[in-house]
Design a protein around this ligand. Structure first.
Ligand code: BV8
Length: 226
C-alpha cells in the first residue's frame, strides 16, 4: 500500500531527458562554468553582465524545453492523491509545474526576477539586463530570482513541516551534493520516515536510503508511480 504522505525532492536529473543539462555529471554545467563566477552574490556584484548572460541562456533553454514522462508521472501522483504529495524541487526550470503539478521551489525560478533592494518579485523578461529597474521601488537592482551559493534557500520552514509529517521521502535525480537539500534524507531517517532514491546510477548518498531504484527518470518514475 502506498504511504499516506509523500515528500518528493527533485534535482537536475529529472529534467535531463527534457534536454536540460545537469550540474555535476560529465559535461555538466559546473564543468563549463565556475560556481564562483556565476552562482554567488559576490559574482553578481563583481560582474552582473556575466551572471545575467549565464541565466539568460538557461532561461531560453528552459523556455524551449518540455516536461518528460517523469514530470508527468509526479503530477499524476499528486493529482490522484490530493493533499498527500508534496513536491520540493531544487530545479529552477519550471518543467514540473508545466506538467501540471504544484511545486515548492527551494532554489528559486528562472522565470522570476527579484529586487535585491526591496525583495519585490515579478515575471522575468526573457533577457534580463544589468541595472534593470524594480517595478515596485524603481531602483536599478533587478536580479534573477535564484538562490545562489551562500544564500538561504526558500521555504525551509514549510519543507521541514512537510518532512515532519511524511511517511515516505523520495529523492529523484539529485546527486546529494548541495545542502541543505542533501540533508533531507538524514532528517527523514532520524524521524523514522521510509526513504527511496530514484537515480540513473548509485550516488554518494545511496547508502543513506532504505531503497534505491536505478534507471532513467522517464522510465523509473512512471514505473514507481504506476
Ligand atoms: C545555504 C543555483 C545556509 C541555481 C544552486 C562549504 C563551503 C561553502 C558552502 C557550503 C559548504 N558546505 C556546505 C555549504 C553550503 C552550500 C553547499 O551545499 N555547498 C556544497 C556544494 C558543498 N549550500 C548553500 O550555499 C545553500 N545555502 O546553505 O544557506 C543554510 C543552512 C541550513 C539551512 C538553511 C540555510 C544554497 C544552495 C543553493 C545553491 N544554488 N544553483 C541554478 O543556477 O540552477 S545549486 C545547484 O545544485 C542547482 O541549483 C541544483 O539544484 C543543485 C543540486 O544539484 P542536482 O540537482 O543534484 O544536480 P547534479 O548535477 O549534482 O546531479 C544530477 C543527478 O541526476 C546525478 O546524481 C545523476 O546521476 C542524475 N541523473 C542524470 N540523468 C538522469 C539522472 N537521474 C535520473 N534520470 C536521468 N535521466
Amino acid at each position: 500500500m502506498r504511504p499516506e504522505k509523500i515528500v518528493i525532492l527533485t534535482g537536475a536529473g529529472i529534467s535531463a531527458e527534457s534536454g536540460l543539462g545537469t550540474f555535476r555529471d560529465k559535461d555538466g554545467i559546473w564543468t563549463r562554468h565556475r560556481i564562483e563566477d556565476v552562482a554567488t552574490p559576490e559574482a553578481f556584484a563583481r560582474d552582473p553582465a556575466r551572471v545575467h548572460g549565464f541565466y539568460n541562456a538557461r532561461r531560453a533553454q528552459a523556455a524551449d524545453a518540455r516536461p518528460n514522462a517523469a514530470h508527468a508521472a509526479l503530477a499524476r501522483l499528486q493529482r490522484d492523491h490530493a493533499g498527500e504529495v508534496v513536491i520540493v524541487t531544487q530545479n529552477v526550470d519550471g518543467l514540473q509545474e508545466a506538467a501540471g503539478a504544484t511545486v515548492i521551489h527551494m532554489h528559486g525560478e528562472l522565470s522570476r526576477a527579484l529586487c535585491a533592494a526591496c525583495a519585490h518579485r515579478w515575471d522575468a523578461p526573457r533577457e534580463m539586463a544589468v541595472g534593470a529597474a524594480c517595478p515596485a521601488c524603481a531602483r536599478p537592482t533587478a536580479r534573477p530570482d535564484i538562490v545562489w551559493f551562500g544564500e538561504m534557500p526558500y521555504h525551509m520552514d514549510a519543507i521541514a513541516a512537510h518532512l515532519g509529517m511524511a511517511d515516505l521521502f523520495v529523492a529523484i535525480g539529485t546527486s546529494g551534493n548541495v545542502y541543505p537539500a542533501a540533508g533531507f534524507v538524514e532528517e527523514a531517517r532520524m524521524a523514522g520516515i521510509e526513504t527511496l532514491e530514484i537515480n540513473l546510477e548509485e550516488t554518494a548518498a545511496s547508502g543513506l536510503f532504505d531503497r534505491t531504484l536505478t534507471g532513467a527518470a522517464s522510465a523509473a518514475v512512471p514505473a514507481w508511480v504506476d
